[in-house]
Design a protein around this ligand. Structure first.
Ligand SMILES: NC(=O)c1ccc[n+]([C@@H]2O[C@H](COP(=O)([O-])OP(=O)(O)OC[C@H]3O[C@@H](n4cnc5c(N)ncnc54)[C@H](OP(=O)(O)O)[C@@H]3O)[C@@H](O)[C@H]2O)c1
Length: 261
């Protein structure tokens, strides 16, 4: 897809590129001919992905170890790609925790804030001047349908993802007419390691989208911001929820999400 590469290449940076949706983005971007920077903590996973994508697509791939719980990690990541012409930033790394709010470990909550909120804010801030100067390019921010309203029993995570939506919507408005596209991705249930990491059996989840489809549809809609949900079932569900009186929607969500005691 030469037009896509011309608009968003030559290099795309993907955070959270060691599993799940980030791998979907890396595969899809590689198939569109972009060179890649893959960032996450698990270097072995990214090295294996790099080897595969280089062999399949003949692109250049750089692997950067990055632990986004560290406050200076976004700046270090920006420095690690300073010699490259990054035309697309996919800020995708993130994680959640489910359960009664007071049972979520306070330190884990601080890490969630760093990875889910601090990192995208800083990365968007750092890359924006160069993207605007080039007059083309893109920024994808991975939020969640859970960021569209309060999320009982996923309260901290939903709050972090609401920040990402507000960040992306604000930037989308600011960047009109600059040639730089901003899209906030609000995935529904998507194949990844996230469910298992939060203690769910992924095989019991319904209406699950593949990470590759999530990435492909998102990239196809990069110019159609401000927000985008690539999962038909969850898009319809949340449109319905958001049309309800807020109290009613929150009570329905609380009932559906309540942990089994
Ligand atoms: N899957 C879903 O159903 C779903 C739905 C809505 C939104 N999302 C969002 O989609 C994004 C991707 O998640 P996923 O579902 O693909 O889950 P995943 O398979 O668990 O992937 C999460 C990615 O984030 C990276 N990450 C986590 N903590 C990090 C840290 N401290 N520093 C750097 N990287 C870190 C992980 O890499 P390392 O562990 O190697 O560092 C991994 O590459 C997240 O923002 C998530 O909130 C997912």
């Amino acid at each position: 897809m030469p037009a896509f590469k011309d608009q968003y290449g030559p290099v795309a940076l993907v955070t959270g590129a060691s599993s799940g949706i980030g791998v979907g983005f890396a595969e899809e971007l590689a198939s569109r001919g972009l060179d890649l920077v893959l960032a996450a903590r698990r270097v072995d996973r990214m090295q294996a992905l790099k080897d595969r994508l280089v062999a399949e697509h003949g692109i250049a791939v750089r692997v950067v170890e990055s632990d986004l719980t560290k406050p200076d990690a976004p700046a270090a990541l920006v420095a690690a790609v300073a010699d490259l012409e990054v035309g697309l930033v996919v800020s995708n790394a993130g994680f959640g925790a489910k359960g009664y709010y007071e049972t979520i470990d306070a330190d884990l909550m601080a890490e969630m804030l760093a990875v889910n909120c601090h990192a995208p804010m800083q990365l968007a801030h750092a890359f924006m001047p160069a993207l605007k100067a080039r007059g083309k390019g893109g920024l994808v921010l991975t939020s969640s349908v859970e960021g569209l309203m309060g999320g009982p029993y996923s309260t901290a995570y939903a709050a972090t993802k609401a920040l990402v939506i507000a960040l992306g919507e604000g930037l989308w408005g600011e960047l009109q007419g600059t040639g730089v596209d901003v899209l906030t991705l609000t995935p529904g249930a998507t194949e990844s390691e996230a469910a298992a990491k939060q203690g769910f059996d992924p095989s019991k989840m319904q209406n699950v989208q593949s990470a590759r489809d999530c990435a492909r549809l998102t990239l196809d809609n990069l110019a159609n911001g401000p927000t985008y949900c690539p999962n038909d079932h969850y898009r319809a569900l949340f449109e319905q929820m958001l049309a309800m009186p807020r109290k009613q929607a929150l009570l329905a969500m609380a009932q559906g999400m309540k942990p089994k005691d």
